[in-house]
Design a protein around this ligand. Structure first.
Ligand code: HEC
Ligand code: HEC
Ligand code: HEC
Ligand code: HEC
Length: 157
């Protein structure tokens, strides 16, 4: 330290630095959750918490075990790629106990345009309509079957 005329201000600075570091470690000890870093840069306990959340969607294969006819109809038509619960909503409770949990009725005036309302933002080849003009005020299922929506006389399903 003989290069410095007075080294005390350096020691004071080093002391301050050590205090800030100690404070940081103490605060960190209290605010960082216990299981943080157990497996990676996240709370290890989060895995169990997420896995314990209730399941809302049963999945299409579950629906198909009971509603075989509808599943087959849909599979042969233009809505083959649209899974049951995309329209009917999450129905795990119904699938587990169909006798006591009835699915809610759907309102096609709201449902169909959610996907098919014409919009410049949609890919050109996605089927879309200006609903009011197209349907002439009639509900969609007057002419389209929801599980096999293409107009039959058109040849395709
Ligand atoms: C364990 C058998 C079973 C499973 C699994 C099941 N359902 Fe059902 N579902 C039934 C029964 C039984 C009824 C009542 C009788 C009926 O109307 O066919 C019913 C009724 C319905 C209805 C109402 C029918 C109406 O007349 O209003 C809808 C919609 C429906 N199910 C959709 C689904 C969907 C979507 C799934 C998959 C998430 C599913 N179901 C899974 C047995 C089942
Ligand atoms: C494109 C949307 C859509 C998809 C996908 C869809 N549904 Fe439906 N479903 C409807 C609409 C709309 C109705 C008629 C209104 C109602 O009953 O709520 C209906 C009616 C039903 C009904 C009662 C009337 C009937 O036809 O017997 C059942 C049961 C049903 N759907 C089951 C299913 C199952 C199972 C799947 C998957 C294999 C499925 N749906 C896929 C829209 C859909
Ligand atoms: C979750 C989104 C979704 C909903 C809701 C939905 N559809 Fe579709 N629809 C699709 C997709 C995806 C296709 C297949 C597009 C393709 O393969 O090019 C399709 C195809 C169709 C077609 C065939 C178009 C053609 O080129 O022949 C008709 C008609 C149709 N839907 C009518 C309906 C009606 C009516 C309803 C309400 C009962 C409905 N859709 C609800 C996604 C949806
Ligand atoms: C009066 C009967 C009728 C009603 C009601 C109706 N459609 Fe259609 N729709 C048709 C016919 C016929 C076609 C096939 C000829 C065509 O492309 O215009 C069609 C075609 C479509 C197509 C395919 C368009 C394309 O570019 O490939 C979609 C999507 C569609 N309809 C959705 C709907 C929706 C959503 C509703 C309810 C808001 C609805 N339709 C109500 C008769 C109807």
């Amino acid at each position: 330290m003989k290069n410095f005329r007075d080294s005390e201000h350096l020691l004071r600075f080093a002391f301050l630095f050590a205090m800030v570091l100690a404070l940081f470690l103490i605060v960190r000890h209290f605010v960082v959750p216990k299981s943080f870093g157990e497996y990676g840069h996240y709370r290890g306990a989060a895995i169990g918490e997420t896995a314990a959340r209730p399941i809302h969607f049963a999945g299409q294969s579950a629906c198909a075990t009971c509603h075989t006819d509808i599943a087959a109809t849909k599979q042969a038509g233009m809505h083959a790629g649209v899974h049951c619960e995309a329209c009917h909503g999450p129905l795990a409770k119904h699938a587990a106990d169909p006798a006591s949990v009835q699915p809610p009725k759907l309102d096609t005036a709201v449902l169909c345009v959610r996907c098919h309302a014409a919009s410049a933002a949609k890919p050109k080849n996605f089927p879309q309509v200006a609903a009011a003009e197209h349907s002439g005020g009639l509900v969609c299922e007057t002419c389209h079957h929801p599980h096999s929506p293409a107009i039959q006389s058109e040849g395709a399903k």
